[in-house]
Design a protein around this ligand. Sequence first.
Ligand code: XBP
Ligand code: MG
Length: 253
Amino acid sequence: MLKTLIFDVDGTLADTERDGHRVAFNRAFADAGFEWNWDEAHYGELLNVTGGRERIVHFIQTHAPEIAHAQRDSLSRELHARKTEHYVRMVDEGAVHLRPGVARLLAEAHAAGLMLAIATTTSRANIDALLAHTLPQRALGWFAAIGAAEDAPRKKPDPQVYRFVLDALDADPHDCFAFEDSAAGLRAARAVGIPTIVTVNDYTRAQDFNGALSVLSDLGDGAMPAKAIAGAPLQRGIVDVKQLRRWHAQYMR
Ligand code: XBP
Ligand code: MG
C-alpha cells in the first residue's frame, strides 16, 4: 500500500541550482578573494559532482591545481560554510520558489494521511530555510523524517540518504514513492527499491531516466498541466494522491 512520499530538494521541490546555489558559490569565492565565477553552462557540468563541498574540491583539483593538496580540505570547508550562509540568506530573501504543484501535492498528501519525508544531499540549513520560507508554518511538522548531507556523507547516486530515511521511518521501500529531478537521485532511490517519479528541469532533462516509474515536466497545477515525457502516463495533467494511488496499484503489484 502507498504510505510515504519521499522528496528530493534541489531541483525537485524547488529550482534551487542556477539562481540559488550557483550564485551563493560565486559570492563565497568573491568574499575569499578568488576570481572564480561559475557561469550557468559550466555549473551544469559541475552538477555532475553532487554535494556542494565535493563540487568545490573537484573544481580546485581541475581548475586550480596550484592550490596545495594539504590546503584543499580546509579551503573547501571554509568556502562551503560561507556559501551556505549566502544561500540561506538568499532563500530568506525570497530568491527560490517551489516548483509547480509541489505545495498542492504536499498539502493534499498530508491531508490524505500519507507520510512525507525528505532525502537530499544538500545541507540541513538549506532545507530548513527553504521549508520555512516557502511553506506555511503548520506544514513544517509534516515531514516525518528528513535525511540531509549531515546524515549521509556519501552523496547520491549512493543510496545512503534513502537508507537513512527508510530506517528512520521503519518503512518498506515498496510502500513509498520517491520524487527526484536527476539521474543521480533516481539511481539512489532505485538502489534501495523505491519506485521513483522524475520531474525534469533545464539542467537534467537530457539525462538517462531509465528505471523511473514516470518522467514528467513537473507535478502540474491548475491552469498548468504537467507533460508526460516517458513511463507511466498522467490521467488528468497533475500528480495528485489519486494518481499516485492508481500508479501504485497498477505498477507495484
Ligand atoms: C543537490 C546537490 C547539492 C546542492 C548544494 O543534489 O548536489 O549539493 O547543489 O547543496 P540532489 P550543498 O538534488 O540530488 O540532492 O552546498 O549544501 O551541498
Ligand atoms: Mg535534485
